[in-house]
Design a protein around this ligand. Structure first.
Ligand code: SAM
Ligand code: ZN
Length: 442
């Protein structure tokens, strides 16, 4: 750690200031010593340059193993890719100009791939992790002037309130015993005006979920070396099949739902991500945008953005409450007149979805691009070509065809409609726009 880190820290037990006790620094780094509380006199050792606020790695032993076995696989500067940087931008919406010169916290830093990015973008960045992944982070990026790594539990963080400009946490909070509670520990550490970004699991396929939880119940209990051997075997046997053309056919495409195996082009990455899915003790797959938005509201955050789902969201601390609750306003959907575009299984699903929200009576037309379907009946409607509709007769078009999704979106764009304002997919409506509208109205 750097000696000046101490001004950011406080005792996780009594919140009093900490004092640095060390025989000295080498190249500006404290390698050994302790942080001693001025209030309760608790002492937190600094071992191999890392302040330790936990005694061991508790329930996250699988992550200690994971990030030390694959300590550089996902690190852009080691593998010559930009994949972690691309992921970081996608999942946080943050750009270099948002981080330059800022004080940033990475919650659950693993082997430090995002510490690498934030520090190369010019932030002063602090990474915490409960597991011994901190050893990997420290080796990878800890010697940089603008990086510090701490071993700490998100439920007992050693930071003073309101100090960070930006907090991000990517793929972490759903691995704790209580995702909401873990999240709510973070906004108090944010400066007024600061940004928080989280990426969390949200999987709705019941088969995929049940199979995953079944396997995890077994593989979170077996020794890590055995789980590793199993994941290696799975990847060797199934990844070639999963990347073959056979997978487009039934019953093959069901197989990854019950036996998930990563198919990244780098073999080590495949085994890492397969292990990462099969072994964690906790894995909350229920973090829908509406649920996360509920936590944002609980924490008084505003300017919320739903960047992607499953679920990447960010928001800002705004103590004066001046910013809007949502960054992008949602289309007015309650009284809208809907067109369902796609008269097949997707169309049926869209009609059922609107029915479930009590909006089925607001469907004014069902369209399809197949000329043979025009004029035929479809669940109480008569299928029409889209071109036959007058713009003033509808408000929102639901794209209800999975294979035709991109083509229909282009067609609607060409007709002058704007995505998420005047058209969107069934998922946009069902998972995001309608539940969020109702949450905010409640
Ligand atoms: C899937 S890894 C993600 C690591 C990193 N964010 C990345 O994407 O490369 C999840 C991390 O969360 C950490 N973690 C789980 N529970 C934690 C807790 N209570 N406090 C701090 N870190 C925790 C694990 O140790 C693990 O390193
Ligand atoms: Zn104390």
């Amino acid at each position: 750690m750097k000696p000046d880190l101490v001004r950011l820290l406080c005792c996780p037990s009594c919140a009093d200031d900490l004092t640095l006790a060390t025989p000295g620094t080498v190249d500006g780094q404290v390698h050994e010593g302790a942080l001693v509380c001025r209030g309760c006199t608790a002492s937190y050792p600094i071992v191999r340059g890392i302040p330790r606020f936990v005694e061991s790695d508790g329930y996250v032993g699988s992550f200690s193993y994971e990030w030390n076995r694959w300590n550089r696989v996902q690190l852009d500067v080691a593998n010559g890719r930009t994949e972690s940087e691309d992921t970081f931008i996608e999942k946080t919406g943050l750009r270099p100009e948002d981080l330059r010169g800022k004080l940033v916290l990475d919650v659950g830093c693993g082997a430090g791939r995002f510490l690498d990015i934030a520090s190369r973008w010019g932030a002063r960045v602090v990474g915490i992790d409960y597991s011994f992944a901190v050893e990997a982070s420290q080796t990878n990026v800890g010697s940089r002037d603008n990086v510090d790594v701490l071993q700490a539990d998100v439920f007992r963080l050693p930071f003073k309130p309101e100090i960070f400009d930006v907090i991000f946490s990517i793929g972490v909070l759903h691995h704790t015993r209580d995702t909401r509670e873990a999240f709510l520990r973070l906004p108090p550490l944010l400066k007024n005006g600061g940004t928080i970004a989280v990426w969390l699991y949200y999987y709705t396929d019941p088969v995929y979920r049940a199979a995953s939880d079944f396997w995890r119940a077994i593989f979170s209990r077996v020794p890590n070396g055995l789980a590793y051997a199993w994941c290696w075997l799975l990847v060797t046997l199934f990844a070639p099949l999963y990347t073959s053309a056979l997978m487009k056919k039934a019953p093959f495409w069901h197989l990854p739902r019950v036996l998930p195996v990563n198919t990244h082009e780098d073999f080590r990455w495949r085994v890492l991500d397969t292990f990462d899915w099969w072994t964690p003790r906790y894995q909350d797959k229920d973090c829908s945008p509406t649920r996360v938005l509920g936590w944002f509201q609980e924490a008084g955050l505003r300017d919320a953005e739903i960047l992607d789902y499953p679920t990447a969201m960010r928001a800002r601390r705004d103590d004066a409450g001046q910013l809007p609750v949502l960054h992008d306003s949602l289309p007015a959907l309650e009284g809208a007149r809907y067109v369902v575009f796609g008269a097949g299984a997707g169309g049926e699903h869209a009609l059922r979805t609107l029915e479930a929200f009590g909006l089925a009576a607001q469907v004014v037309a069902v369209c399809d691009n197949a000329p043979a379907k025009a004029g035929t009946p479809f669940h109480g409607h008569t299928i029409r070509p889209f071109a036959s509709l007058a713009r003033e007769d509808y408000d929102f078009v639901i794209i209800a065809s999975l294979p035709g999704r991109a083509a229909i979106a282009r067609q609607l764009n060409d007709a002058g409609l704007v995505e998420r304002r005047q058209f969107g997919t069934v998922e946009f409506i069902a998972d995001l726009a309608l539940p969020v509208t109702r949450l905010l109205a409640a």
